[in-house]
Ligand binder design. Structure first.
Ligand SMILES: *Cc1c(COP(=O)(O)O)cnc(C)c1O
Length: 381
């Protein structure tokens, strides 16, 4: 018997080692990895610059606690906040922790309790973030939830409007719903939310845990839409594989999180921030992102060209390197066939094949991926 709680239904591939866009299994096979460790390894496996940055810090100190000033945290915050057009950063260790911090900050800043989130959203597995999540299957057996969350249909501005009042601390959403099935928010919806938040003095929290750090072709997905959020949460891609999360906030919120108000032992761990700085240096570079956008366009255009005529494909959507292929059957069998054919991809919701390739994938690798996906989906058509 395994000594691990069986919380995950795991794939049949056991990783031996990995490099760039490829993962090598103990089965002796080579797999194109279009999962990026669920949107984490945005620069692929073991990018040299990140490895060197971690190594350099490994030789200095690993952990000292936040009782000390840690220069690397200042450097990392000095990259992360301006990249979002914002001011202040709090470092933590995961996405759920980032959203916890966002929720705490919003409540304390406004003195209000109510938070509005959306159906099919995913914000994490802690009590507050599970309560914020708009999916019953995540909450089953764990009740009661926090009471102060209200859920409305995504992309339905009228529904949101009817829930908005001067008791709403914050509206919180993913710019593209990830786990829920790759559902992008419309531009009109996003601007409508922003206006409603302004009107009622509520804060706008964007959960960019999956969409941030270059995933959609910009540093943050909200930058496709000219939005001004109050709080942005990030994690996944922020450390390219080392655990790190953060919230980014506006300077107006500075005094809300004063000394002793919030904290975490591991937050801003020197090894994690070292890897994050190297990661951000690469990804927040205009030329790098221009290249990402070109490759992402190539991926989407060719998927549409090859798959649109298949009767088992309903929709292809997403932004940048965050793509959902909605199919007419359950996805787990498709994912398995794809793995057997040499590519690892993700699901999102019940019937969406989710592609999160590393931003560093070459055109050649993308072409290989498209070919395998086309073959597998055509065979099952
Ligand atoms: C993954 C994810 C989370 C949770 O992050 P963890 O690091 O697993 O806690 C929250 N929100 C979104 C949008 C995510 O994709």
């Amino acid at each position: 018997m395994s000594n691990l709680f069986p919380t995950y239904s795991r794939w049949e591939i056991e990783p031996e080692w990995a490099e760039g866009s490829y993962l090598y299994g103990k089965d002796g096979k080579k797999y194109l990895d279009f999962t990026s460790g669920i949107g984490v390894n945005n620069l692929g496996h073991r990018p040299k610059v990140v490895q060197e940055a971690i190594q350099e810090q490994l030789d200095k100190f690993w952990h000292v606690s936040n009782l000390f000033p840690v220069e690397l945290q200042e450097i990392a915050a000095g990259k992360l906040a301006p990249a979002a057009g914002m001011d202040l950063v709090f470092f933590c260790n995961s996405g759920a922790e980032a959203n916890e911090a966002a929720i705490k900050l919003a409540r304390k800043a406004t003195g209000r309790k109510k938070i509005i989130t959306f159906n099919q959203s995913f914000h994490g597995r802690t009590y507050a973030t599970m309560s914020a999540t708009g999916q019953d299957k995540i909450k089953k057996g764990f009740g009661p939830m926090l009471e102060t969350f209200t859920y409305v249909p995504f992309n339905d501005l009228k529904a949101l409007e009817s829930e908005m009042n001067d008791e709403v601390a914050a509206v919180m959403l993913e710019v593209i719903q990830g786990e829920g099935g790759i559902f992008p928010a419309t531009e009109e919806f996003l601007h409508g939310i922003e206006a409603l938040c302004k009107q009622h003095g509520s804060l706008l929290i964007l959960d960019e845990i999956q969409t941030g750090i270059g995933r959609t072709g910009k540093p943050f997905a909200f930058q496709h839409f000219d939005l001004k959020p109050d709080i942005v949460s990030v994690a996944k891609g922020l450390g390219n594989g080392l655990p790190i999360g953060a919230i980014i906030g506006r300077k107006e919120l500075k005094d809300v999180f004063g000394p002793g108000s919030h904290g975490t032992t591991f937050g801003g761990n020197p090894l994690s921030v070292a890897s994050s700085i190297a990661t951000m240096n690469m990804i927040f570079d205009e030329e790098f992102l221009t290249e990402v956008n070109k490759k992402a366009e190539f991926l989407k255009i060719n998927l549409k060209k090859n798959l649109s005529s298949l009767t088992n494909v309903k929709d292809i959507r997403g932004l940048g390197f965050m793509i959902g292929i909605e199919v007419t059957e359950g996805v787990s069998e498709i994912l398995k066939s794809l793995r057997i054919s040499g590519i690892i991809v993700l699901s999102a919701g019940e019937n969406v094949v989710r592609l999160l390739p590393p931003l560093t994938a070459t055109i050649e690798e993308i072409r290989t991926g498209i070919e395998i996906i086309t073959n597998v989906l055509s065979e099952r058509n």
